[in-house]
Design a protein around this ligand. Structure first.
Ligand code: FUB
Length: 320
């Protein structure tokens, strides 16, 4: 199915619209470039829910950032025998000609866990690689996996809500042997600190609020710097912030907000950054599709240019 959609914010001069996909809700977009195509792996919000009651994941592709092909929903909760609910944020990466789609979902034990499905094609069919979760530590922190493969071939899996963890993946991309490392939270690393004893709800209501790591990490490398984008916190809604490091395991240095307290109307924000055909793009989500909302979120894209020192400019969301 070809969905011909245009979006604004492009230097090509094409006048068009965000959200880029208008046929389904497509939260938590994760871009991946493979060969000549750009793929967007997304979640699937369903209208009418009052929570993130999600059951499947979707994939789209484009070659021109204008026309998108809908590849349907190659994986769902049913693809993972251990998953019972909450098909939340995911990311697919290619390694040695295979495609690894890292997902998180609620387990039959009522925790959140990270799993991985594998395929020979970026659009599937995908199969649960393990028949069990890849990371399950019996907590609710195990959400929002991001995977990055460094130049030396070492793959890193980061994830976490309110806490940020990583493991080094084995060469098979589906297991790990080392310890799970928790990244220390500090003002220097992520712009702020959670105050012990205060719930997120209380934090959001504070008038003056510094940034803080919340969820949705996105790890990548550009030149010799590693970038960790994440959903941070502002007064009204999640923002997108980032930290950098000269090592994939930190220490991380807070660099500020990329997308600040703008009216995404979705409370959460979650995205990815990718270079494609010589341009840089921020993928994120908003509630701006008709009938959208906090549980009806859609992929939006902005083109941007890095500053000369490698920093990411403040990016303003665009819509029609
Ligand atoms: O889409 C469900 C959850 O909302 C994601 O896992 C979080 O990052 C937030 O976007």
């Amino acid at each position: 199915i070809i969905i011909g959609l245009l979006f604004c914010g492009l230097s090509s001069g094409i006048s068009a619209q965000n959200p880029v996909i208008q046929t389904h809700f497509t939260p938590d977009p994760a871009p991946m470039v493979y060969k000549n195509k750009l793929y967007a792996y997304t979640g699937d919000d369903q209208p009418g829910f009052d929570f993130y009651t999600m059951t499947k994941w979707r994939v789209y592709s484009t070659e021109d950032m204008v026309n998108w092909t809908d590849h349907g929903s190659p994986i769902s909760l049913e693809s993972f025998s251990w998953a019972r609910d909450r098909a939340w944020a995911a990311q697919c990466v290619e390694h040695d000609g295979k495609f690894y789609w890292y997902i998180c979902a609620q387990t039959v034990d009522n925790n959140m866990a990270i799993g991985v499905a594998v395929s020979d094609s970026p659009t599937g069919p995908f199969k649960d690689a393990l028949g069990r979760p890849l990371v399950t530590t019996g907590t609710w922190d195990n959400i929002d996996p991001t995977v990055f493969i460094d130049d030396d071939g070492q793959a890193y899996l980061y994830w976490g809500n309110s806490k940020l963890f990583y493991v080094k993946l084995n060469k098979n991309m589906t297991t790990y042997d080392g310890e799970i490392i928790e990244i220390p939270q500090s003002v220097e690393a992520f712009g702020g600190l959670r105050r012990p004893g205060k719930s997120e709800d209380v934090l959001q209501k504070q008038e003056k609020f510094e940034d803080v790591y919340v969820e949705g990490p996105w790890l990548y490398k550009r030149k010799n710097q590693y970038y960790m984008m994440y959903a941070g916190m502002t007064n009204r809604t999640e923002c997108l912030s980032y930290a950098t490091s000269y090592s994939p395991t930190g220490p991380w240095k807070y660099q500020g907000k990329i997308m600040t307290d703008q009216p995404t109307n979705s409370f959460t924000n979650h995205g990815g950054i990718v270079d494609y055909k010589g341009k840089s793009y921020l993928f994120y989500h908003t509630a701006l599709l008709p009938n959208g909302g906090s549980y009806g979120r859609s992929t939006a894209i902005e083109e941007f240019e890095y500053k000369a020192d490698g920093s990411i400019p403040k990016i303003t969301m665009t819509k029609e």
